[in-house]
Design a protein around this ligand. Sequence first.
Ligand code: URA
Length: 235
Amino acid sequence: MERLDKILVSQNVCSRKEASRLIRQKQVTVNGEIATKADVKLDPETAQIKVRGQALEFRRHIYLMMNKPAGVVSATEDNFDETVIDLVPEQFRRRGLFPAGRLDKDTVGLLILTDDGDFAHKILSPGKHIYKRYYAELDSEPGESAVREFAAGIKLNDGTVCLPARLRLLGKNRAEVEICEGKFHQVKKMFAACGLRVEFLRRMAVGGLELDPELDEGECRELSKDEKSVIFISK
Ligand code: URA
């Protein structure tokens, strides 16, 4: 059971102060009755709450897909750069919203944002083997030897050994790579270990979830229930 004003705040309807005001102004109903107290306790999963006649669709957590543009950092705060959180439209903002995994400042593509820590952990933990697929443009053409090295587990220039990864050559200095870990600059370092420099990197998929081609860079939208579960279906 949770306080009515807290529920409204958690759903980003208003601030705590505004919640009290809305309730005083008789703008909030619970199960068809005008709410009179901000601290009344309710089960947000079952109570029918309306604010100014509009039904509140309660969501315990929020799950967003963003097409991250270049030039913004995958962090919640930064002293210098714009963050991915700054790009999230007001209606999706939640306290505790964070990117589930990091893309470099110059990397674009699929980024999942959520306020659900357990969900993020399931995506990121290497033990869960959720593959992340990237499209890469390189400074020169990778050869079949790179495919074999990726498959065997690349040894980075600093000696770290990566888990086996799938590399698919697309011709014209382009390739697709799938990895199930998220070491810092991992894809760039893996190619660097084969003597190649990444000039452009886009994340295309996380598990079975593909980047929505309708989503422009900088845009985000909520994930459907199916999309949320398809993340955990690996191919
Ligand atoms: N690997 C990288 O090198 N950069 C990213 O942004 C993601 C994976």
